[in-house]
Ligand binder design. Structure first.
Ligand code: 4AD
Ligand code: MG
Length: 483
């Protein structure tokens, strides 16, 4: 008999039919009721065994965590909690799980701390919460490809090993085959990277944007979806050293088209998850609601997880300039009562407390902030023609989300060669390092724009998980690269 996946069986249950199912035992009660999960759905299938007909040895081997196959007839369930159950004729043990060992793991069916679950990232897939998160993560990845494919974008694979630093932040991981103990040296004592694998110093990429721009200037509309790496030593709940980014880049788009595209994409992802991940979403929604009960009233979320997704799909994002944001912050009671820790001043970057205030207190919705001062944004962002002297701004946009902060960062790009060269000089970027990027501005340069979506931050939003380490299977953070 062919194996049936539990999701398929439950989607179309045929009472009286024989089924073969395989999976892992979540629980075995009263020597009679087996809860079997095979990963195809959050739901378990209840198998009912007649212990009088079974040999004791096999019965003992059906334990939480063990892998088994069940053959039996599907009947309407007599108990509550499920509508159908499998009346088991045959049990086969595929892989044993020692109960004493299981006891020490996250498979033990009880509440575990997130920290403990992270230490057992190899086993946390077995829990309801993490299996839901990773099924949704898959669905969002697929939704993103579908969104862009349906709009005629091409998926571009940009290099992971790169000699350029797109963001100019200088927080990169070096890639080298040189001997770390006795590297070849130049006469002045510095490492001679001419002898390294690529004949120059290279790093893991922080962004595929610069290469995506090259492609967009021929293919029109492209996007990347790949791993990116940042060696910033920030141990927060929203930063990873290795994360995945989606970076569309579109020829002939200006900053307004760019905002429209990003807003459409974010709404599409939320709709997709509501339509296609209903069981997992409901589970995570209820899990969060239960957790909220133990919090003081004023720390609880105003909206449930599902309500938050719906809210995003049904409401327009607020769009304000950086200058307006500074005004709003300085005029707020919060500011007047000196509740912000950091300075609010035109020309300094917004801190996360400021972003959270705008999103969660002032506008209570996603907010797109545009036209930031040029001084703290990347060199490639387009200089605004309408800048006041001494207050130069660029056509940048950051999209801030409740509970997350910065979800998307993007801009219209500087397409004018002379200004781009000025910017390189101002940012101390050697023109010969980026000769290929500059060259595109010589041959049919056009306005273009793009942005980067932090994939894990989006997964946080759609699952309600509050730590970014819990939405990627094996997180990489400072001092942590286990598994
Ligand atoms: O704002 P960022 O640095 O923008 C860029 O890299 C541009 N090249 C994008 C573009 O215009 N094509 O990063 C984009 C997004 C952020 O908004 C955030 O969501 C996410 O990437 N991000 C991180 N996510 C997890 N861990 C980190 N350390 C992150 N740094 C940025
Ligand atoms: Mg940014």
């Amino acid at each position: 008999m062919n194996r049936t996946k539990i999701a398929d069986l439950l989607n179309d249950p045929k009472i009286g039919q024989e089924y073969l199912v395989k999976g892992w035992v979540r629980a075995f009660r009263s020597n009679r009721f087996i809860q079997l999960n095979d990963g195809s759905t959050i739901k378990t299938l209840q198998g009912v065994v007649d212990f009088e007909k079974m040999d004791e040895h096999t019965l003992k081997r059906i334990t939480t965590g063990s892998a088994i196959s069940l053959t039996g007839t599907l009947i309407e369930s007599l108990g509550s909690g499920q509508s159908v159950e499998l009346q088991v004729n045959e049990v086969e043990i595929i892989g044993d799980a020692n109960p004493d060992d299981v006891q020490k793991t996250v498979m033990q069916p009880k509440k575990h701390s997130m920290e403990f679950l992270r230490e057992q990232a190899h086993l946390r897939f077995r829990t309801n919460t993490f299996s839901s998160v990773f099924r949704i993560r898959h669905a969002v990845a697929y939704a993103i490809h579908k969104f862009f494919n349906d709009r005629g974008f091409y998926y571009i694979h940009t290099p992971i090993i790169t000699g350029s630093d797109a963001e100019g932040a200088g927080e990169m991981f070096r890639v080298t085959t040189l001997d770390p103990v006795i590297p070849p040296l130049n006469e002045d004592g510095t490492v001679n990277f001419k002898e390294d694998f690529f004949g120059k110093s290279v790093n893991l990429t922080v962004s595929g944007q610069l290469e995506a721009e090259l492609a967009a200037l021929a293919l029109g509309q492209v996007y990347t979806f790949g791993p990116t790496f940042r060696a910033e030593n920030s141990n927060t709940s929203r930063h990873l050293a290795e994360f995945w980014m989606i970076e569309p880049e579109v020829a002939f788009n200006d900053i307004h088209d760019n905002m429209d595209l990003a807003e459409d994409m974010l709404k599409y992802i939320c709709s997709y998850v509501m339509e296609n991940c209903a069981d997992d979403l409901q589970f995570l929604n209820d899990r969060e609601a239960a957790e909220q009960q133990s919090k003081p009233q004023n720390e609880r979320n105003e909206l449930s997880l599902i309500e938050r997704l719906k809210f995003v799909t049904e409401n327009n994002f607020e769009r304000i300039t950086y200058t307006k944001a500074i005004d709003v912050l300085r005029n707020s009671n919060h500011y007047k009562k000196k509740k912000f820790q950091y300075e609010v001043e035109w020309g300094t970057d917004l801190q996360s407390e400021h972003e959270r205030y705008l999103v969660e207190k002032e506008y209570k919705r996603p907010v797109i902030i545009t036209d930031y001062p040029a001084s703290f944004k990347a060199f490639y962002m387009r200089r605004n023609d309408h800048s006041e002297p001494g207050k130069e701004t660029v056509a940048a946009m950051d999209i801030l989300f409740p509970g997350i902060g910065e979800m998307v960062g993007g801009s219209q790009r500087e397409e004018r060669l002379d200004i781009l060269k000025e910017k390189c000089a101002a940012f101390h970027i050697e023109e010969q390092e980026l000769w290929w990027y500059l060259e595109t501005r010589k041959f049919g340069t056009v306005p273009h724009a793009g942005f980067g979506l932090g994939f894990e931050r989006m997964i946080m939003f759609v699952t309600g998980m509050t730590n970014i380490r819990d939405v990627i299977p094996f997180p990489r953070t400072p001092l942590n690269a286990e598994f």
